[in-house]
Write a protein that binds this ligand. Structure first.
Ligand SMILES: CCCCCCCCCCCC(=O)SCCNC(=O)CCNC(=O)[C@H](O)C(C)(C)COP(=O)(O)OP(=O)(O)OC[C@H]1O[C@@H](n2cnc3c(N)ncnc32)[C@H](O)[C@@H]1OP(=O)(O)O
Length: 204
């Protein structure tokens, strides 16, 4: 995907986007303890708008591990997801890709938050569409994980409607504890099943 560009006089200056893979980034091997291809990846938080099953009008994204550092995901666009009449809101499509790219942390075995996300909207996505997403790690440099993905209409081989690249940053669990509201932490302490952590991690 091209970077940004502008003209200085007659000269076109190309600026790499900050989601472009920087020199030195490498694609790490798939960790031995990464979930096997085909494994349904758990929602990290049942109240998550994108993947949680307790978010009434959320996306209810279903995410499956793929081979390598990649995954696929699906969700159905409902009437609660409209922007223009009968069409999915663009921010919501970005949200779906944000979640899919962020869920690559299940495969790298790290907790990732979004630093930057760039989305191309290529086709309108009508209500009733099942969006088939795929996402992959492009490279890792220190705590930075570069990822890309796309969403296709109604089938894994359908027309590409939306595409994204993201820069994610690995954070410790303390990130979430430090920044959450006290009532949310208390709710999790009372019902640890609200979050679904990978088995090697502990929180609170
Ligand atoms: C319980 C559930 C568990 C699992 C939870 C899973 C949740 C998944 C949800 C889906 C994903 C989301 O929506 S997450 C929610 C949306 N995102 C967020 O809320 C993040 C808000 N931002 C932050 O908290 C912070 O800015 C961080 C953590 C991203 C970075 O802060 P930091 O930890 O102080 O680290 P910092 O040194 O600034 O950055 C680390 C490296 O990344 C680079 N970097 C950072 N941001 C950017 C950027 N926008 N563009 C370019 N580069 C960047 C820095 O230059 C640096 O490079 P170098 O020094 O290495 O060269």
């Amino acid at each position: 995907m091209p970077g940004g560009s502008h003209r200085v006089g007659t000269v076109r200056v190309v600026t790499p986007l900050r989601t472009d893979l920087p020199p030195g980034a490498q694609l790490p091997p798939r960790p031995a303890n990464a979930p096997a291809p085909g494994t349904v990846l758990p929602s990290h938080y049942v109240r998550c708008f994108a993947c949680g099953d307790q978010s009434a009008h959320g996306l209810h994204l279903r995410v499956d591990a793929d081979a390598g550092l990649a995954l696929c995901a699906t969700f159905e666009v409902t009437e609660h997801h409209q922007g223009a009449p009968g069409l999915a809101h663009g921010g919501l499509l970005s949200c779906a890709l944000d979640e899919a790219l962020g869920a690559l942390g299940h495969l790298t075995r790290t907790s990732l938050v979004t630093g930057r996300l760039e989305t191309d909207f290529l086709r309108p996505v009508p209500v009733g569409t099942v969006l088939h997403l795929s996402a992959r790690v492009e490279g890792v440099l220190g705590r930075r994980v570069y990822a890309s993905g796309e969403g296709r209409l109604n089938s894994p081989t359908g027309r590409v409607a939306v595409r994204a690249r993201g820069l994610f940053v690995e954070v410790p669990m303390e990130h979430f504890v430090t920044h959450a509201r006290a009532e949310d932490i208390q709710a999790i302490e009372q019902d640890p099943d609200l979050i679904r952590l990978r088995e090697h991690q502990t929180i609170f």
